[in-house]
Design a protein. Structure first.
Length: 130
């Protein structure tokens, strides 16, 4: 009697399919992490751009010789902005300067302004001669 021996080398179809499924799952997870990272980077770039633009508008306001309370707004460089200048305390005293609260809101031109101001600070302004 002769004994038949078979030597099969290689992987079965099931093993190959399972390996591909594991590889596909790992690739999809990696792509999702990469996509999330790109979204965070874009959001950070928008926030940085808004902060830089708000600072530029604040500097323009702070350079006004006699800054008065009121609302100013405009658009420039694909950004829209609104600056709200208000009195902090009306002392009635005859000082040369008065504290003003300055809030600068910024948003991209095609989006609404942010609900929270980018800049919210107190600025000393020269009083108008009366």
């Amino acid at each position: 009697m002769t004994e038949i021996t078979t030597s099969e080398e290689g992987y079965s179809l099931i093993e190959v399919i399972v390996a591909f499924a594991i590889l596909a799952g790992a690739l999809l997870t990696g792509l999702e992490v990469f996509r999330g990272g790109l979204e965070n980077l874009q959001r950070a770039e928008r926030q940085l751009g808004a902060a830089q633009f708000a600072r530029a508008e604040f500097i323009k306001l702070s350079l006004e010789p006699e800054l008065q309370p009121g609302v100013r707004q405009g658009t420039a460089d694909a950004w829209q902005w609104r600056a709200e200048v208000g009195t902090v305390v009306e002392t009635g005293s005859a000082t040369a300067t008065s504290p003003l609260r300055v809030q600068v809101f910024v948003g991209q031109e095609d989006e609404p302004l942010l609900a929270e101001p980018i800049i919210d600070t107190i600025l000393l302004s020269k009083r108008r001669a009366q």
